[in-house]
Design a protein around this ligand. Structure first.
Ligand SMILES: Nc1ncnc2c1ncn2[C@@H]1O[C@H](COP(=O)(O)OP(=O)(O)OP(=O)(O)O)[C@@H](O)[C@H]1O
Ligand SMILES: Cc1ncc(C[n+]2csc(CCO)c2C)c(N)n1
Length: 280
């Protein structure tokens, strides 16, 4: 049986941007400023970041996002990647210092991939270990996102942004499971990342203003109706814009598009996946 979305849709009034006229969709803003080096980051970011590390090679910007986050969670074998990978990404620093500094707050999952010595190492440093081996129906990423939303204060999670490292590339079943988590939590800002690109969900309840951080992302992008066809999608700011356009698998979907402006606007009657390439 398909699990129900974890949270009801956000009421149209709870948008983060200024109020919209009656009947119009409220606006939601998106930015990848979290990828900018500390020196270039806007002083006051509205977002509170959580990082989830999956069981794939750490992206090169893992230390930056880890430092920027308020909560760090490893999905099962993701803990091995932090243990092995953080010292490799920070070669000028002593291996043991890096290990103890990059300590996850939580390791959660069905615990069939985290190595015993890694689990013991972090457990001794105070990491919380949540063994959910009894649940073989939800993915480790689903378990980690549920943990973060359940433990973040207040009913309004509009400032929470969950950055998922190692979510794309690799095994296709895992990738699809990771994308399904975006659809299971449509009201939570979740960004799936790899070294090469990022993706997030654009819920149909809002119009979307996507600020393009040209120093770290673009130009290649896509707009994809994974969950359901879209009868009408309209965009601005792209090389190939959509104008009240129908999109579906078996028909048109927008791949190999490129960003033309610093601001991309998207309105659709269906939830869409936005993807953009990352610069190396
Ligand atoms: N190759 C991959 N591509 C994309 N995501 C992955 C990949 N491998 C793991 N993940 C993500 O990392 C999480 C933790 O990985 P882990 O290998 O511990 O999971 P698992 O449930 O034991 O996998 P398996 O299906 O191999 O038993 C997964 O739930 C998934 O979200
Ligand atoms: C229809 C169906 N397909 C696959 C699985 C297997 N599965 C899905 S999530 C998960 C946990 C991975 O850590 C496992 C083993 C299932 N339960 N139901």
């Amino acid at each position: 049986m398909e699990p129900e979305p974890h949270h009801p849709r956000r009421a149209p009034t709870a948008a983060m941007d200024p109020p919209s006229p009656a009947g119009a969709r409220p606006a939601m803003s998106h930015s990848s400023a979290f990828l900018l080096p500390s020196s270039a980051t806007p002083a006051a970011s509205a977002d509170a970041y959580a990082v989830v590390v999956l069981n794939q090679r750490l992206p090169r910007f893992a230390p930056l996002l880890w430092d920027r986050a308020q909560v760090r969670v490893c999905a099962d074998g993701g803990a091995n990647r932090v243990f092995d990978g953080m010292p490799e990404l920070l070669p000028g620093h002593a291996r043991d210092d890096v290990r103890s500094r990059y300590k996850p707050d939580v390791i959660k999952g069905d615990m069939d991939s985290v190595r015993p010595e890694v689990k013991e190492y972090y457990s001794n440093l105070g990491t919380k270990i949540v063994d959910q081996s009894h649940d073989q129906d939800t993915t480790d990423l689903h378990k980690c996102v549920a943990f973060i939303t359940d433990n973040s204060p207040g009913p309004d999670k509009s400032n929470l942004c969950i950055l998922v490292l190692g979510a794309l590339g690799g095994r296709f079943d895992h990738e699809m499971g990771n994308i399904n988590v975006l659809h299971l939590f449509p009201n939570i800002k979740i960004v799936l990342l790899s070294d090469d690109c990022l993706i997030f969900l654009l819920p149909r309840t809002h119009t979307h203003n996507i600020h393009i951080e040209r120093s770290v992302e673009g130009p290649h992008c896509g707009l994809i109706p994974i969950g359901a066809p879209s009868t009408s999608t309209t965009t601005t700011g792209l090389r190939w814009n959509l104008d009240n356009t129908h999109m579906s698998f078996g028909g048109l979907i927008s791949t190999s598009n490129t960003v033309d402006e610093d601001q991309v606007m998207v309105t659709s009657d269906s939830d869409l996946i936005w993807t953009i390439s990352l610069r190396h």
